[in-house]
Design a protein around this ligand. Structure first.
Ligand code: NAD
Length: 308
């Protein structure tokens, strides 16, 4: 029997987008233009193309302008830097998004560092990360920022709680730790070299998992009643692995239709131990895009001189 609360991302995303819509209307009422997001997509990775399309579609549904620039995989770092420089100097652009991962051969650090920090709506430029570390964020990194919104809007207590994060990436693990610490959680960051990972994870009141390994976190990692946030998005195309993870509950129809199932980093059996958990898909995913749009509005307000 599953007694855990399921934390869906969609209602929280809707609430964030509604606030963004109101912000856009306020700008219009003041005679100011709509916020604009520019997205750069390099190469032909189908998943990245889907992400960019859903971001620009969500912009138009929320009243933001957006423009997607599709560049060939042969694009050099210098060419990409030139394009970023043009967008940095384009007064009508408030947010610049470089869709990751970039094709091999492009220097991701150099490219991301070139984005004007005032337009870095992903919140990953070193200057913006520094501001997050100091507890005075300009743009909160989208996925961790979305997780904070999910926790707070579901009234899950952070203050004084033990938070354990598995994964130390720049876009999830590290900024997540800072955001939780500034909300007075006691934070532990785990990674691939952590010893006794299940034992460390079991101390968590809030367990955040961002590793990219399908169903790795099993019930032995989870203190009964803990809140488990699953950031992972893994495509499992191996029939035997699907069987191992889901047993009789596997959605074989979906597997046959697509050739894979999307699975989080957390095993479905964790639902029997946790007090609350995010599903995959449908949990953290929708929040990232909501925060991207919220950051783009914030940027526009600052650049138009009506916000801090
Ligand atoms: P990454 O690949 O950059 O880093 C993975 C991290 O996991 C590393 O810090 C590594 O130390 C740790 N790790 C790897 N194997 C481990 C193990 N066996 N035990 C303990 N730690 C281990 O990760 P990322 O970019 O943060 O992505 C993680 C997952 O989250 C991926 O599945 C990714 O697709 C997903 N993701 C989802 C969203 C979203 O919007 N829902 C956003 C970003 C990432």
């Amino acid at each position: 029997m599953c007694a855990a609360r399921i934390l869906y991302g969609k209602p929280v995303q809707e609430a964030i987008l509604e606030e963004v819509r109101q912000g856009v209307e306020e700008l219009a009422a003041a005679g100011l233009r709509a916020p604009k997001l520019a997205a750069l997509l390099v190469g032909d990775d189908p998943a990245s193309a889907i992400y960019v399309r859903s971001k620009t579609r969500m912009c138009s549904e929320t009243g933001l302008d957006s423009e997607a620039f599709q560049l060939p995989s042969s694009t050099s770092t210098e060419e990409l830097l030139k394009r970023i420089d043009e967008l940095n100097h384009d007064a009508g652009v408030d947010g610049i998004l470089v869709q990751l991962p970039l094709p091999e051969g492009l220097d991701t650090d150099v490219v991301l560092d070139a984005v004007d920090p005032a337009k870095d709506v992903d919140g990953i430029h070193p200057e913006n990360v520094g501001l997050i570390v100091q507890g005075r964020p300009r743009f909160v990194t989208c996925t961790p920022g979305g997780i904070i919104e999910l926790l707070e809007r579901n009234e899950i207590e952070i203050h004084g709680k033990n938070a354990v994060i598995i994964g130390r990436s720049e876009i999830v693990g590290k900024p997540m730790a800072m955001l939780l610490m500034h909300r007075h959680a006691t934070v532990t960051i785990c990674h691939s070299r952590t010893q006794d990972l299940p034992g460390v994870a079991r101390a968590a009141d809030i367990l955040i998992v961002a590793i990219g390994r399908d169903a790795m976190v099993t019930p032995e990692f989870v203190k009964p009643g803990a809140c488990v946030i699953d950031v992972g998005i893994n495509r499992v195309a191996d029939r035997q692995r699907v069987e191992e993870i889901f047993g009789a509950d596997a959605d074989w129809q979906k597997f046959e239709d697509r050739g894979y199932l999307v699975v989080g980093d957390v095993h479905p059996a964790v639902a029997e131990v946790a007090g609350a958990f995010t599903p995959v898909p449908g949990g953290v995913g929708p929040l990232t895009i909501g925060m991207l749009l919220a950051n783009t509005l914030r940027s526009a307000r600052r650049r138009l001189g009506v916000g801090s």
